[in-house]
Design a protein around this ligand. Structure first.
Ligand code: LLP
Length: 431
């Protein structure tokens, strides 16, 4: 049981709200966010990643999960926010997110996206590559504006994670390599540009990483590199953004480090390295997505068919699947589940949880220990807060689920369920 989950009379509750009530009131599948748990997590970050000498920023990577209400919660918790597309930017602007607290990422920001960012005076644009410097310059030259920027670099740290979510191999599509001699001229081009205010560097070594050492190595490599830049170009880099990627618990196979302890160690390491390399940094940022929201989210499904196959596998069919959570199909991601209305029953069976899509790969969990399941039971899959709703699709023209936020005894509907009308909304009635 994660966060504020608890059991009363064999029923699973999140805070003071039962899953049974949620399913009846909002229908299933349903994304449930434990808002109280999330806010506590945000505070843990702010309290532990802090320093007397260096300003620290915690930037929520909104690609993990975003909607207007989520952006409001992030704003209230005094986090900064990272967006990676015009759509994410538009969403946070609509939520009246403080513009100076927005970081804009992406390896191929479109002109219209950069324009939207510039028109709205957003805080920081993270330049991905040399080509983008030119594009940004051209857009800014037509205005009187000066734009704060970071340059994304690739420090070549090989962190152990799934190949698809690893970002710093030497041939990664993100950032410019710190090992490339051209890096000095690239930084110089930014520094010399009238319309750009060079704040410093960004890097991100991958996602779902469990080795603290990878992050310490990242900090050291980046700071050593920063020293070289300072010396060669005779400048003083102000800001380092060390990205996100802190691993979380999905199943017993995952052994995440203790967050408070890690954050304290991380910032003290950074302070020491700042002295060692004589950098005098003004600002250090981290950019977590998954580790902020994943454990605070879960998905509630209703069980339909139960099928014992000739081959011996017992299936539970749920009313969602790879459309609301493509992670198992994409990354062989693993999850745990509980039957919410039989929360105290013993796990006597071993089921494969399958979705309703016309695709054999639409399996949410293999070998899931559960009590005997029946039609209409409620199945809750935990730790689905990150990269599920944000990666959901309308494959098979299935409607996207609703999302509620729970704060102790209060429930707020933050995203309504799609309807069949929504499904045909973009279809043009061609004569
Ligand atoms: N900053 C940058 C520049 C990133 O590219 C990412 C994630 C983050 C921060 C946040 O990383 P986190 O703390 O969430 O690990 N869809 C994949 C994960 C892709 C991560 C992409 N970048 C998944 O479901 O596992």
């Amino acid at each position: 049981l994660l966060g504020n989950m608890n059991i009363k009379d064999n029923e699973l509750y999140i805070g003071e709200i039962s899953c049974k009530y949620l399913a009846e009131k909002y229908d299933t599948p349903l994304f449930i966010i434990d808002e109280d748990d999330f806010r506590k997590k945000a505070n843990k970050y702010l309290n532990n990643f802090s320093s007397k000498n260096i300003e620290t920023r915690v930037i929520y990577a909104s690609k993990a999960m975003l909607n207007i209400y989520m952006a409001k919660v992030i704003k209230e918790e005094n986090l900064f926010i990272d967006v990676v597309s015009g759509g994410e930017l538009y969403t946070v602007l609509k939520a009246n997110f403080p513009k100076d607290k927005i970081y804009f990422h992406g390896n191929n920001k479109l002109k219209k996206e950069l324009k939207l960012a510039i028109e709205n005076n957003i805080g920081t644009i993270v330049i991905d590559n040399k080509d983008e410097i030119r594009r940004l310059k051209e857009l800014l030259e037509d205005t009187e504006k000066k734009q704060k920027v970071l340059l994304r670099v690739n420090p070549g740290i090989d962190a152990h994670t799934h190949e698809y979510i690893k970002t710093t191999k030497l041939d990664s599509k993100f950032g410019e390599s710190i090992f490339d001699e051209n890096i000095y001229s690239i930084v110089k081009e930014i520094v010399d540009c009238e319309n750009l205010i060079f704040e410093g560097f960004h890097c991100h070594i991958g996602s779902q990483i469990f080795e603290k050492e990878s992050f310490f190595k990242e900090a050291e490599t980046m700071m050593e590199f920063t020293k070289k830049i300072n010396e060669k170009l005779n400048i003083k880099v102000k800001e380092l953004n060390l990205g996100g990627g802190f691993g979380v618990y999905y199943t017993e196979e995952d052994k995440p480090f203790k967050l408070e302890k890690f954050l304290k160690e991380f910032i003290s390491k950074i302070e020491k390295l700042d002295k060692k390399f004589d950098l005098n940094l003004k600002r250090v940022d981290i950019e977590p997505g998954r580790s902020l929201i994943s454990n605070s989210g879960s998905t509630l499904y209703r069980i339909g068919g139960i099928k014992e196959t000739y081959g011996g596998k017992d299936y539970i069919f749920v009313d969602g699947g790879m459309t609301d959570n493509p992670r198992p199909a994409l990354y062989q991601a693993k999850y745990e589940a509980i039957i919410a209305n039989k929360a105290n029953n013993k796990n006597t069976n071993n089921y494969t949880i399958a979705g309703k899509c016309c695709e054999s790969g639409d399996i949410l969990i293999e070998n899931c220990p559960l009590p005997k399941a029946e039609e209409n039971d409620l199945l809750l899959i935990s730790s689905t807060g990150a990269y599920t709703y944000s990666m959901s699709s309308n494959y098979n023209r299935i409607e996207k689920p609703a999302m509620v936020f729970i704060n102790k005894d209060k429930v707020k509907l933050a995203v309504r369920r799609q309807t069949y009308e929504d499904i045909i909304r973009e279809d043009v009635d061609v004569e």
